[in-house]
Design a protein around this ligand. Structure first.
Ligand code: ADP
Ligand code: BMX
Ligand code: ZN
Length: 306
């Protein structure tokens, strides 16, 4: 059995995964300092059986067993944290780590139509993450950054105007379509703190809330179209609590229609929902050679599936 962790900007989940299926799953709010993180890990796994392997899907990019933030405003407390070493002190089994959206992309690819070999996964969550499968291979990249579509810059801009992202670039998708960005824009428009869930609820009766969501959908569609032009992906799978919120996928599909005819690909909801990261990390770990903890290039030592 594989013990998988999904570490996000908002939530921390752990699950025992057996043959690609979640057996036991627990979730807490993501702690805001290392000590609380350490306690939370211990509590999450308290009565779980000893695993054969640990699989991690984490926000940030993974390099040499460390986690690094792309957006310095998300869990900045552990930028550069030696997560592999930290977990090694608790678990006496191999540990395999991936970016959260890369992991989710791998899971969604494995469960999608077997004819599909090129897939873009996007999570609209605390940030905006991305994972790309090209020619049936998950792209990880040289430094682990591959797929970070949330930090590509666009012509669409947030309601306040184009702004600098926590990654240092100006005009990123993440400043428009993440849960954090939706809440920030709502504060600007309504003058009161509203989280992204409340913006969705308001959108039914208030055009200003709907405009924030439609604009976010246009930004996502623009990023999808860019990815089609760059990599010729066949479909876009959307996950994350914002991406899975009622009506978001429909808004993205409508927004994609105004892009070029060449970029009209299928846009679907993540079949595995909030479990994509956990399952993807577990399935990746199951096929990985843990002695090659940092996959170079595009991980030729991993099996091609489908
Ligand atoms: P993580 O980023 O930790 O993976 P999520 O995918 O749950 O976690 O994304 C968290 C973001 O989604 C937060 O900004 C939160 O406000 C927002 N969110 C959570 N639930 C909903 C919902 N039902 N509708 C819209 N936004 C939501
Ligand atoms: C950010 C970045 C990505 C991550 C994405 C979604 C950090 C810490 N994270 O763009 O690596 O994949 O958010 O992550 O820089 P989540 O926290 O929203 O799940
Ligand atoms: Zn950015």
């Amino acid at each position: 059995m594989i013990l998988a962790f999904d570490i996000g900007g908002t939530k921390l989940a752990a699950a025992m995964v057996e043959e690609g299926r979640v057996v036991t799953r627990r979730q807490v709010a993501m702690p805001q300092d290392i000590e609380s993180f350490s306690c939370a890990i211990d509590e999450l796994v308290a009565d779980m059986p000893a695993p054969d392997r640990i699989a991690v899907a984490s926000t940030g990019f993974i390099r040499d067993g460390h986690i690094y933030a792309v957006n310095q405003n998300i869990i900045s407390f552990w930028n550069g944290f030696a997560l592999h070493a930290f977990l090694s002190t608790r678990f006496a089994c191999p540990i395999v780590m991936l970016n959260d959206a890369q992991a989710a992309a791998w899971a969604e690819y494995l469960v999608c139509d077997a004819a599909i070999g090129n897939l873009l996964y996007l999570t609209l969550s605390t940030g905006v993450g991305g994972g790309i499968v090209v020619n049936r291979h998950l792209r990880i990249g040289w430094t682990g950054l591959a797929g970070h579509i949330g930090h590509t810059t666009l012509c669409t801009f947030p309601v306040e105007g184009r702004m600098t992202c926590g990654c240092g670039r100006k005009g990123c998708l993440e400043t428009i379509a993440s849960g954090t960005a939706i809440a920030r824009q709502a504060l600007f428009v309504f003058g009161e703190p509203l989280d992204s869930r409340e913006v969705f609820a308001r959108a039914a009766s208030d055009g200003r809330a709907e405009r924030i969501l439609v604009n976010a959908a246009h930004a996502v569609a623009e990023a999808i179209a860019n990815c089609v032009m760059l990599l010729d992906v066949e479909c876009a799978v959307i996950g994350g609590s914002v991406g899975l919120a009622p009506g978001m996928i429909e808004r993205i599909r409508l927004a994609l229609q105004v892009e070029s005819g060449l970029t009209q690909i299928a846009v679907t909801k993540a079949v595995l929902g909030a479990d994509s990261g956990l399952i993807g990390a577990a399935r990746w770990a199951a096929g990985a050679d843990p002695s090659k903890e940092r996959p170079l290039g595009d991980a030729a030592h991993y099996p091609t599936v489908h």
